[in-house]
Ligand binder design. Structure first.
Ligand SMILES: [Zn+2]
Length: 188
């Protein structure tokens, strides 16, 4: 990945990386298309539904990212096999996604029609949101509530709970470490 000196783009990339991690963990590191598992040695990727180059404001939305194994994502060495991949068979995969997640597909489509100003503040807020979403203390409750969009969940539940900003920020400092520990656990 090419490094950028633009601080806003750098911050956005941090958000995307974290959102992809969350999407993979949310799927328990299991390919949402074929069911291959990371714990069996398969590589897992976070794959954007709407591409990040065109839909930047959605690029760090967990809703817009699915967990795919490397084969289902890019094909790779298996290009000659009959397995379709996200990059090589977009028509097939878009159709598959719509059938598997019809409500989510509609929600995302609507979202593409909304114009969002992505300034520094937008990405700063996004990073905080993502860190909170993945704090282990919130994860259990969040998982119970997967029917709701992340935004709804945050506005209803988390905003209430984290009303005291100092406590909020103290918790945030630990979250990235906790994510690493979670990933270590998954590797076992
Ligand atoms: Zn797969």
């Amino acid at each position: 990945m090419a490094k950028t000196k633009d601080p806003k783009e750098r911050l956005r990339k941090r958000c995307v990386t974290l959102a992809k991690k969350i999407a993979r963990l949310k799927a328990k590191e299991i390919c949402e298309h074929c069911g291959k598992r990371k714990q069996d040695g398969w590589q897992m990727h976070g794959s954007h539904i709407y591409p990040e180059g065109v839909y930047k404001s959605m690029s760090a939305d967990v809703d817009n990212i699915i967990c795919l194994c490397a084969i289902c994502h890019v094909g790779g060495f298996w290009k000659n096999s009959k397995n379709p991949s996200w990059h090589e068979d977009p028509v097939y995969f878009v159709d598959w996604f719509k059938k598997k997640y019809p409500k989510r597909a509609k929600r995302l489509k609507q979202q593409t029609r909304t114009i969002v100003v992505c300034d520094m503040q937008y990405w700063e807020d996004k990073l905080e949101e993502l860190k909170v979403i993945h704090s282990p203390s919130e994860k259990a409750r969040y998982n119970k509530d997967m029917g709701k969009t992340i935004k709804e969940y945050l506005s209803v539940e988390l905003r209430k709970k984290h009303s005291k900003r100092t406590r909020f920020l103290r918790e945030l400092n630990n979250v990235e470490k906790e994510i690493e520990e979670l990933e270590e656990e998954l590797k076992k």
